[in-house]
Design a binder for this molecule. Sequence first.
Ligand code: GAR
Length: 217
Amino acid sequence: METPRCRIVVLISGNGSNLQALIDSSRASNFKIVAVISNKPEAYGLQRAKHEDIPTQIIDHTTFESRTKFDKALADTVEDINPELIVLAGFMRILGNSFVMRFKGRILNIHPSLLPKFPGTNTHKRAIDSGDKEHGVSVHFVTSELDGGPLIAQEKVPVLKDDTPQALAARVLEKEHIIYPKVVSWFASGRLKMKNNDAMLDDEKLLLSNVLIQSQK
Ligand code: GAR
């Protein structure tokens, strides 16, 4: 009999290249994507999901009169699907406290910077403009603090002379596609948990000083 795989829902807003990396690795991994939800009807990631016969839903935030109502509709939809994990993959809406509390410790996000540097948007341009020599990607548990939940793993890329935000983003994305499936599989196997607002891997607290090393595992 097939071992049951961890049921994940992926939330997207756009291209969905991270979704594709998750789809590809899920074929031989311990998690299964049971649904993809987009807040944007035109998100290309929806086509990627349909191509794999993964059920999709659109919850268009522009059709709701408030952020709270959008959050509730999204949370109700997710709850109906009953996943073990919610994976934000280029999902460009801030989730309110009520959503986050409802699925506490079960939401992951990927962010294109070495957090706590550059939360928010335009991270690649901000890294170049700051004269940083290194940039990268972070995966963290989602809490109500924007891009501020406990860090799980990071990968670095060098910022090159004459780099453009587009070129830098492409190099960071390559790392994202490796790091995110790896972290999701840690969660799926029960190795990764959030406890008292800390990320724990194999019962050890992940500290900022070791998330880079952890991502190599
Ligand atoms: C990725 O770079 C992801 O880290 C970023 O959006 C991009 C989505 O690409 N997410 C955020 O900025 C969230 N704050 P994709 O749609 O091709 O996966």
